[in-house]
Design a protein around this ligand. Structure first.
Ligand code: 0A1
Ligand code: ZN
Length: 881
């Protein structure tokens, strides 16, 4: 493990390598505990570089057993090996030369899951960001692109499958029960895209004919017996390949595209060239074991990794500060793909929910950083929602500003200009400027300036002059390392809605740029005046969430109800419902805190129930409206001094009021939406199930009996309905015998399926209240819980910390201290996992003082512990600063 050095890397220090890497030839002799890696690397000194400059290669926990220079053993005086580097001196001034390094590594002992490791008997690799240096000494940075040949030698019986990037060259027997395979990847790539897989797996095969009529072999490898559960992933892959051709004009570029599903993986998946490696959670699905959310995730992640082939692989990042160049753009692409495959409005609502609940808190707390950071201690800690999701929003805003055609032209130019290169954010933005003539200088602040812009809005109508004015003021709060902020270019989609629901068409606008339905806020404060407006309109602002900002706009309840009823933009209707609910929910929390009764405004109930009962609206949208802001959304709205118990109780009281007011509607929906058709994971079926399950939740509240959920649990013919019914039972009636019986039935039915049992762990980890900690500790003793598997740890401990506000934030601090001990234990095995989990405590300062003190103490106990990894040290220090 790399223990912390406290060293930071700065964007300003970037400079190219002294040596150019021309070719890479790797030979692996696989062995569970002693794998031999021979790397033959051909370099030449870059022009103009000091002829005395040494070659410095990166390493991490490597044992070097041989070093050759042009095939001759190197004298020890010419090189220095340290724990994390190999420095070689006296190298040719300009001629190419060959370095051959041999290392010995232990895949079985690699619990970090970075580099070459074993998962359930399968050899696999994870090299992003800096895992390749755990395989061999190498210039392990994204701007070093080379062509790779890979030879794999392994025991044939145990490893019938030997895979790497690119196209298959050939294979044969190798004596002593071994065999070998050779792969060649013609596309120059950085080391983080290297992959190797070996073992015994089942396969699902198909083909795809590209737009220029080349046939590509598609293979998805999974554990034997699970092949049928990879069918949906294969379907999603083919749809992704087609979509990228149709929408972005991007064609696949090898003879074969492979996906391997493994059960131990730190993240969701990885886009290695031609050989994507996936967390099996995002590959395996069938109706009995996967929820609709699982299907949607699989579709999105398969697409995401596939789309990286162009945005990430063909054009990669010059350095890790440019991570959003591939991630923000690729998330934008996968969002657009899912929007085209499903309901665009519902998809957008889900994206914004996620952005607000994950990225907004990150951006307003101690871990806030720009979409393109300028310094880091541990790059693993920058795979954040800011880089990914806010990065995607920034790309979306470029599309909004330059328009659909301009965006296409800019993207085409980007692919043309930078194919085969390691590029920067500036290169990307310049393509849109050059393709459209639009100046994006001010816009580029979105990459550099951290924090969610706050926009205060007011409006006035002058009936005599027939003018309507909209005044906007933008502000970005200070974030770590950035105190003074400049005004940003914020594109806000809007409409002025008349009394009958029709959109008013202004005859003229003054005060700033308005193009089509986009208002460009560029100054700190700006007033836009619209002429020719015959009656006071209702403003629908930031439609489709065109900019990732917080609006502070005291719109009247009547205006919000008007938008909720009439807006032609479904996102805006959902937003209006949210804006109607938040004041009720915050007031409810305050009422509970003050020992007063909770009241629910009638406007909210009416608007919500009108949408719920409106059969002309798609069920998925209605389900989104019924999923009121979460407890953490309410906490964010309250701002500080949060009491999670009061927030929870207040929210429950509001839900109960809605349940009571809408009891008949929910009953009719629940009964009416029972499906008579066979299960289909498509968006329409998923939407009906979402609405029916939302109704079930409200019925359990109004009827205050587990009977309905017990029946739903017994009748469910798919995992969505089954797990939702179990959630209602466990969360609403945790002590009922029916609940214990259902939990036990679920456990024994799915005892052989770890991914399904993760749902069982998560449902129990999120049961509200003080009992949660003991429950989680008990579940850690369950034979199905494996502390070394990241999915299990996330399902139980992660879900408890991130998604159980009352249980995790118990006032006595016991859960924080338990969590701190777990973080330290996990850090010993897998620092990346520990550091990610630890971010659950990033908003501790917003808690009321008793809890905040406990949280600080728990964090300090982590900070004080000896031999922290750089991952955990970085997070804990920033959270405490
Ligand atoms: N590039 C991947 C994410 C990823 C990053 C780091 C990893 O290391 C454990 C793994 C995956 C993606 O965006 O999907
Ligand atoms: Zn990605």
């Amino acid at each position: 493990m790399r223990t912390d050095t406290g060293r930071t890397i700065n964007l300003a220090d970037y400079r190219p390598t002294d040596f150019v890497l021309e070719r890479v030839d790797l030979t692996f002799e696989l062995d569970p505990t002693e794998t031999k890696v021979e790397a033959r690397l051909i370099f030449h000194r870059r022009e103009g570089v000091d002829p005395a400059a040494p070659l410095v290669l990166d390493g991490d926990e490597l044992k070097m057993t041989g070093l050759l220079f042009d095939q001759i053993e190197m004298e020890p005086a010419r090189y220095t090996e340290t724990a994390d580097s190999l420095t070689i001196r006296d190298l040719p001034e300009s001629a190419p030369f060959e370095i051959t390094v041999t290392t010995l590594i232990n895949p079985e002992a690699n619990t970090q899951l970075m580099g070459l490791y074993r998962s359930n008997g399968i050899y696999c690799t994870q090299c992003e960001a800096e895992g390749f240096r755990r395989i061999t000494f190498f210039p392990d940075r994204p701007d070093v692109l080379a062509v790779y040949t890979v030879n794999i030698i392994a025991d044939k019986a145990a490893n019938p499958l030997l895979l790497s990037n690119g196209n298959f060259l050939g294979g044969a027997g190798y004596g002593e029960g071994k065999h070998f395979a050779a792969w060649f990847d013609p596309h120059p790539k950085p080391s983080y895209l290297f992959a190797l897989v070996a073992g015994d797996l089942g396969v699902v095969e198909d083909t795809f004919v590209t737009m220029s009529e080349r046939e590509v072999a598609l293979k998805i490898y999974v554990e034997h017996g699970k092949e049928a559960r990879a069918a949906y992933a294969m379907d999603a892959l083919k749809r992704s390949m087609k979509w990228d051709e149709e929408v972005f004009g991007r064609e696949y570029d090898l003879d074969i595209f492979m996906i391997v599903a493994v059960s131990d993986f730190n993240m969701g998946a990885m886009e290695n060239k031609g050989l994507n490696i996936f967390n099996d959670k995002y590959v395996l699905a069938d109706p009995e074991t996967a929820t609709d959310q699982d299907y949607a995730n699989i579709e999105a992640i398969i697409a995401h990794e596939y789309f990286h082939n162009w945005t990430g692989n063909r054009i990669t990042c010059r350095d890790w500060f440019q991570l959003c160049l591939k991630e923000g753009l690729t998330v934008y692409r996968d969002h657009e793909f899912s929007a085209d495959q499903r309901s665009r409005a519902v998809k957008r609502i889900a994206e914004v929910r996620h952005l607000r609940s994950e990225q907004f808190p990150e951006d307003s707390g101690p871990l806030s950083h720009p979409v393109r950071p300028t310094e880091y201690r541990e790059i693993n800690n920058f795979y954040t929602t800011t880089v990914y999701e806010k990065g995607s929003e920034v790309t979306r805003m470029i599309a909004t500003i330059v328009g659909r055609d301009g965006f296409k032209k800019g993207m085409d130019l980007y692919f043309e200009r930078h194919d085969g290169e390691a590029a920067t954010v500036e290169d990307f933005v310049k393509c849109f400027e050059d393709a459209t003539g639009r100046d994006l200088t001010q816009f580029s602040l979105w990459y550099r300036q951290a924090g969610t812009p706050q926009i205060t809005v007011s409006s006035s109508y002058d009936a005599a002059a027939k003018t309507f004015s909209l005044s906007l003021e933008q502000m970005v709060a200070a974030t770590p390392g950035q105190t003074a902020k400049e005004p940003m270019h914020i594109p806000l989609r809007f409409a002025l809605i008349g009394e009958n629901g029709a959109e008013a068409q202004p005859t003229a606008v003054s005060g700033g740029e308005v193009s089509g339905d986009v208002l460009h806020l560029t100054e700190r404060s700006q007033t836009f005046t619209f002429s020719g407006i015959g009656a006071r309109p209702v403003v629908s602002l930031n439609r489709g969430f065109s900019a990732p900002v917080n609006l502070h706009f005291a719109q009247s309840t009547e205006d919000l109800a008007h938008i909720a009823r009439h807006d032609s933009d479904l996102f805006a209707r959902w937003q209006a419902i949210t804006d109607l609910s938040l004041p009720n929910l915050t007031a409810a929390a305050e009422a509970v805190g003050a020992g007063k009764p909770v009241e629910c405004g009638s406007a909210l109930c009416e608007a919500l129930l009108a949408i719920t009962a409106d059969d002309s609206l798609e069920p998925a949208f209605r389900a989104q409206a019924l999923a009121l802001p979460s407890e953490s959304d309410i906490a964010r709205e309250l701002g500080a001094n949060n009491d999670p118990d009061a927030i929870h109780q207040g929210r429950q009281a509001i839900l109960a009021a809605i349940a009571k007011a809408g009891a008949a509607t929910f009953r009719a929906l629940f009964d009416g939406l029972a499906s008579s058709q066979p299960f289909s994971p498509d968006a329409a079926g998923a939407g009906r199930r979402a609405l029916r399950n939302a109704a079930l939740g409200f019925l359990a509240l109004s009827e205050n009996s587990p009977a309905g959920a017990v029946e739903a649990f017994a009748e469910a013919d798919n995992m969505t309905d089954l797990s939702q019914a179990l959630t209602v039972l466990a969360h609403r009636f945790p002590d009922a015998t029916e609940t214990h019986a259902a939990l036990a039935a679920f456990e024994s039915r799915f005892a052989a399926n770890a991914l399904v049992l993760d749902k069982w762990f998560s449902i129990q980890a999120t049961i509200p209240g003080n009992g949660a900690l003991d429950r989680v500790m008990r579940l850690m003793q369950n034979p199905h819980f494996t502390a070394s598997n990241p999915n299990r740890v996330r399902a139980l401990i992660g879900t408890f910390a991130f998604a159980n506000p009352t249980g995790f934030n118990r006032p006595d601090g016991k859960a924080y201290h338990f969590f701190a001990e777990e973080i330290l234990a996990i850090d010993k095995r897998n620092p990346q996992l520990a550091a990610r989990l630890l971010t659950a405590l990033r908003s501790w300062r917003l808690l009321e003082p008793v809890r905040a003190d406990q949280a600080r103490e728990a964090l300090m106990s982590i900070e004080r512990a000896p031999a922290l990894s750089s991952d955990v040290a970085d997070i804990v220090e920033r959270i405490l600063k």
